[in-house]
Design a protein around this ligand. Structure first.
Ligand code: NAD
Length: 433
């Protein structure tokens, strides 16, 4: 069945393009809004970001030459609180992708009931192709180009694909220097910072940890127990490797991994800790000695209880959805399935735990970090885990109850729950003036 083009997107002047990621995700969000009977003016507001900022800035490279970079910050919505969302460094970064990820951040923060809005940013570049000095100068220049468009009360970036705690540290330092906000609260401009400089316990593993907390409550209803399942992972970066290391502690068995370097398989089990150390050393899973090499189609056909996509958007298309051999797909990555793949998974009876639920642990611990910075407090690792668990269980519960009540899939239910909250707050606040 071809998906209808939302009339809201038509009214906003989008030319129908089923391969466009933004239109794919906005259509799913708007379908959920229709189910909820969300007023049309709210659908129109949510179908476009508030601000789309594009900056071009020069950076001096190590050989003395200058290179011009293109950076983005899209601020989708700040009804619930300051804009919040990661910064990505990747050669394929585009305005459409950043818009999509910003919209998903609005939905994610609303689903978890965080007092935060949604944003996303990025620079079109390959962080692996530059030196550390070049990376630092580019990050600082990007931060100064953003200027007052970010801030601890206004818009708070975080790590995403291709960025890490050190990069967040450079962003905070640059912001504090250029704005004169040298007090500790100035570092709350960004989360995911290194521990000694305002970072939070548990932030690095947070997205994986959140996914495990969601799985521990949702899997038993599907007849699966964490300590008995086999699973495979797409992408072994922050989200993929932490999910795997934490699932190892729960007794789950990792049997297949694919990343940008290759595919590894071992039906007897792959040690996630050893693999993470290997990837840290070599940059990818290819050549890992305690597993066999395999092809991409063997990876997708390999039978597991749970598959965790944790790489980039739109990785699972129609053809891959037909090959997949799992009972549950727990989305660590944002928008990993195309709508055509979604329909095939549904027809085949494969349950999908949606990204805005499964990977919301990252932004939740970012929220804890931001609170700690503002209150000049430091939480223990146990407290972070405990609070995260409560937030993830409550969000998972909201989604399951709505899915039952509205009789829809979990992705639609997650978007419904998020927009129910947003709709309620718009109702109270009204539209200015
Ligand atoms: P990362 O850069 O640490 O890892 C990305 C991984 O994707 C790498 O292992 C890379 O090898 C793999 N990859 C890239 N191209 C691939 C390909 N063609 N085939 C297979 N694998 C490929 O990024 P991350 O922070 O782990 O983010 C992964 C996903 O999770 C993204 O969608 C991101 O937006 C989302 N996410 C991240 C966080 C976070 O806190 N880091 C939070 C929420 C959501």
């Amino acid at each position: 069945m071809a998906h209808k083009h939302s009339s809201v997107l038509s009214e906003l002047g989008f030319r129908y393009d089923p391969s466009n990621l933004y239109q794919q995700v906005a259509t799913q969000v708007l379908d959920a809004a229709e189910l909820l009977d969300l007023p049309r003016y709210l659908q129109l507001i949510l179908a476009q970001p508030k601000n789309e900022l594009m900056v071009h800035f020069p950076v001096r490279m190590d050989d003395g030459s200058f290179r011009l970079f293109k950076g983005y910050r899209v601020q989708h919505n700040n009804l619930l609180g300051p804009y919040k969302g990661g910064i990505r460094y990747h050669p394929d970064v585009s305005l459409d992708d950043i818009k999509t990820l910003a919209l998903l951040m609005t939905m994610k923060c609303a689903l978890v009931r965080l007092p935060l809005g949604g944003a996303k940013g990025g620079v079109q570049m390959d962080p692996r192709s530059v030196s550390e000095g070049e990376l630092m100068r580019m990050t600082r220049r990007f931060t100064s180009a953003l200027g007052d468009n970010i801030g601890p009360d206004y818009d708070i970036p975080a790590p995403d694909v291709g960025t890490n705690a050190q990069i967040m540290g450079w962003i905070a330092d640059t912001y504090m220097n250029i704005t004169g906000r040298q007090q500790s609260y100035g570092c709350a401009v960004v989360t995911g910072k290194p521990l000694p400089f305002g970072g939070s316990e548990g932030r690095e593993k947070a997205t994986g940890q959140g996914l495990v907390y969601v799985a521990e409550v949702l899997l038993p209803a599907m007849g699966l127990e964490l300590n008995k399942i086999t699973y495979s992972v797409i992408g072994f970066g922050n989200v993929g490797s932490w999910t795997a290391r934490l699932l190892k502690n729960r007794g789950s068995t990792l049997t297949a991994v694919i990343d940008h370097t290759g595919v590894i398989l071992n039906a007897k089990g792959i040690d996630a800790e050893k693999l993470a150390a290997y990837v840290q050393r070599t940059g990818g899973v290819k050549g890992y000695p305690e597993a066999d090499e395999a092809s991409e189609s063997e990876f997708y056909q390999h039978p597991v209880d749970m598959m965790v996509p944790a790489a980039l958007e739109q990785m699972i298309d129609k053809a891959k959805a037909e090959l997949i051999n799992c009972k549950v797909l727990a989305e660590g990555a944002n928008a990993p399935c195309t709508p055509a793949a979604d329909r095939i998974l549904e027809d085949r009876g494969i349950a999908v735990l949606p990204a805005i639920l499964c990977n919301s642990g990252g932004v939740t611990v970012s929220y804890f970090e931001w609170m700690q910075n503002r209150q000049a407090e430091r939480w223990s690792a146990e407290r972070v885990d405990q609070e995260l668990r409560l937030h993830m269980h409550a969000a998972a519960d909201r989604v399951t109850r709505l899915a039952k009540r509205v009789k829809c899939d979990m992705r639609t239910a997650a978007y419904c729950s998020a927009q129910q909250h947003i709709g309620e707050v718009y109702q109270i606040r009204g539209i200015f003036p």
